[in-house]
Design a protein around this ligand. Structure first.
Ligand code: HGA
Length: 610
């Protein structure tokens, strides 16, 4: 999604801004722009449809010197992908803005502003906010006061940075529903939508809270809460290294991230699981006492994270004997839902900034849930800061838009939650032992699955001309089939649907023909015989099957069925192990189709707008 970088310094900031944008590229965007005020007080702005490299090229040979500037990568929500709609926007040559989010009452404000004589040069909601600030500046005479006045008139979400061309040594930033972090320097200060983009210039950060408005000069940062009271916000030093930044020997970030999974899982397990127990303080200092009281778990997430929640439901009910419901964040937040007694509200998000998930958490806090837990990959993200408990997955930076290692480490975190809840409720020690043993064996099982890479690369050729596909699974493999289908859709643009295999005869069988590949996940578990019957139903109707199966499951390859042997594994971790070949399949199909694997069309990494 959109990215923001801003700087107020004594040195030229152009390269800091462009590098900051480059580091935000993984989030997905369609256009980019930069605006810097030079020593003579002139504003120079360059915007480009396309990527940051194209913006950088366009900046070559242009005078973009200057010590204050803002830059932006845009993922269009209001107004097409055009240079005119790209940020930064400028109001009458005087005010400059970048914005992430959506201003919902833009149409009505636009009308009012037009009646006051403002001319619009874009179709964006952002320009509406800008002119409104300009109008309020005329009334208040001070930019900070103007922004404080304007935000009261806005409905929607914003992370925004604005400055005056004739007073460029002061940036005003505001946050509501879209994250912003301030980077603290010596004699210079920065702001960005993601701390990763500022890591080359500082490791000291301060997150703004919801409704905060801040004033940044070279020398100081002042933060004001929504009532206008000056407040202190915690500062922290980041220990995230730059190491995960490149692709290394791999052709794509996604492939690198698929192969990093054994390490990511080892890191996620390290020092958190003993031979027979889970260190339950990994969920937070008070976790032990809170988990003991939990009688129901409500999981809320979006996309891939939602799939990890669906797997967890099977685990929680089977192994920890705790009831669980799982819901998509954008659904639960807009309906009246039932709050169970002593319920734990679990949110799952790679970035910790997913707008719908964050909104659902905020709603849950007002609904009487006993406590909340975030499962997240980004320390200090909004979700982590706003939850009572948290479990940090240690996947490292995930750059590919299609989630891989974040998903499998989320599953590890959820399985540890199952064990910790089970422990606190006194379930049989042998169940906990089975979970811990399985988790210990997981990294090497994933390494074995990765060895299927060459076989899957060849298999992928058979998908290149396909328009549709069907993924089937049963039990906790059903959400894995859903995740496999999502991955294929995301990066190869082949239409893929997942069904619980038992549902076939209730409709999808009508779709079966030789042009519809059917992908089946088939571990050797108690549902195997049922699954085999479903496979036969497909074969009887001329379907072509690709079965990812345990070798003891006794599937035989023939002209209508390709069997791919997946390493034999404990049932508990089978959903994680079977994820790997499906990730590889999507990746290699996408390669054959020549799509942009790391930044698939229309998608963004951290979905900070609803
Ligand atoms: N609504 C603004 C910003 C969009 C955004 O935040 N995307 O992630 C626009 O369309 O320009």
């Amino acid at each position: 999604m959109c990215g923001i970088v801003g700087a107020v310094a004594q040195r030229d900031v152009k390269d800091i801004l462009l590098e900051g944008l480059r580091r935000l590229e993984y989030r997905g965007y369609d256009s980019a722009g930069i605006a810097v005020v030079d020593k003579k007080g002139e504003l120079n702005r360059i915007r480009k449809v396309g990527n940051v490299a194209e913006l950088r090229d366009a900046c070559q040979g242009q005078d973009l010197s200057g010590a204050t500037g803002i830059a932006h990568t845009r993922w269009a929500t209001h107004g097409g992908v055009t240079e005119q709609n790209a940020h930064p926007h400028v109001s009458e040559g005087k005010l400059v803005i970048v914005h992430n989010g959506i201003i919902e009452n833009h149409a009505e404000l636009r009308q009012l502003l037009e009646s006051k004589g403002y001319t619009f040069t874009s179709d964006t909601d952002t320009e509406v906010m800008l002119h409104q600030i300009h109008e309020d500046l005329k009334q208040t005479g001070d930019l900070l006061k103007a922004v404080q006045t304007t935000v009261k008139k806005l409905h929607g979400a914003y992370g925004t940075v604005v400055y005056e061309v004739n007073n460029p040594e002061r940036l005003i930033v505001a946050r509501s529903g879209s994250p912003l972090v301030i980077g603290l320097g010596i004699g210079e200060n920065f702001v960005a939508s993601d701390q990763f983009s500022l890591q080359p210039v500082t490791n000291r950060f301060q997150y703004l809270e919801e409704g905060d408005i801040a004033e940044l000069t070279r020398e100081q940062v002042r933060v004001f809460d929504p009532t206008g009271k000056e407040v202190e916000r915690d500062q922290f030093e980041s220990d995230i290294s730059h190491e995960s930044d490149g692709k290394g020997e791999y052709r794509h970030h996604m492939l690198k991230e698929i192969h990093e999974q054994p390490t990511a899982i080892r890191n996620t397990l390290q020092d958190r699981i003993l031979e027979l127990t889970i260190v339950d303080s990994v969920f937070g200092e008070d976790a032990s006492a809170l988990l003991k009281k939990v009688e129901h778990v409500q999981i809320v997430a979006c996309g891939t994270s939602y799939h990890s929640g669906l797997v967890a439901r099977y685990w929680l009910e089977q192994y920890a004997n705790v009831s669980c419901s799982v819901e998509i964040a954008s659904e639960i937040r807009y309906r009246k839902s039932f709050v169970h007694k002593n319920a734990l509200f679990v949110t799952i998000s790679q970035s910790g900034e997913t707008a719908d998930t964050l909104a659902a958490l905020r709603l849950a806090k007002s609904q009487g849930y006993m406590t909340s837990l975030a499962i997240c990959n980004v320390p200090n993200s909004s979700l982590v800061r706003e939850s009572d408990l948290c479990f940090m997955t240690k996947a490292g930076a995930e750059i590919g838009v299609a989630s891989t290692k974040a998903f499998t480490t989320q599953l590890v975190g959820l399985l540890m939650l199952v064990a910790a809840l089970g422990q606190s409720k006194g379930i049989a020690a042998n169940v906990i032992k089975q979970i811990t043993n399985a988790l210990h064996s997981l990294p090497s099982k994933i390494e074995e699955s990765l060895a299927l890479s060459d076989e899957i690369e060849k298999l992928a050729e058979e998908f290149a001309d396909k328009q549709h596909s069907l993924f089937l699974g049963r039990g906790e493999q059903y959400p894995i089939a859903m995740e496999g289908a999502l991955k294929l859709k995301e990066i190869s643009y082949i239409h893929a649907e997942a069904y619980a295999a038992g549902e076939l005869k209730h409709g999808p069988l009508a779709l079966i023909d030789a042009d519809m590949p059917i992908i089946v996940v088939a571990p050797n578990n108690e549902l195997l015989e049922k699954l085999k019957s479903n496979v036969e139903e497909v074969r009887a109707r001329g379907g072509i099957l690709y079965v990812f199966a345990d070798k003891h499951a006794q599937f035989e390859s023939d002209e209508t069925m390709r069997v791919i042997d997946v390493p034999n594994t404990d049932d508990i971790i089978a959903p994680i192990v079977y994820t790997i070949p499906l990730q590889l399949l999507s990746y290699y199909v996408a390669i054959i189709k020549g799509t942009d694997v790391d930044q698939p069309r229309n998608l963004a990494k951290s979905v900070t707008v609803e």
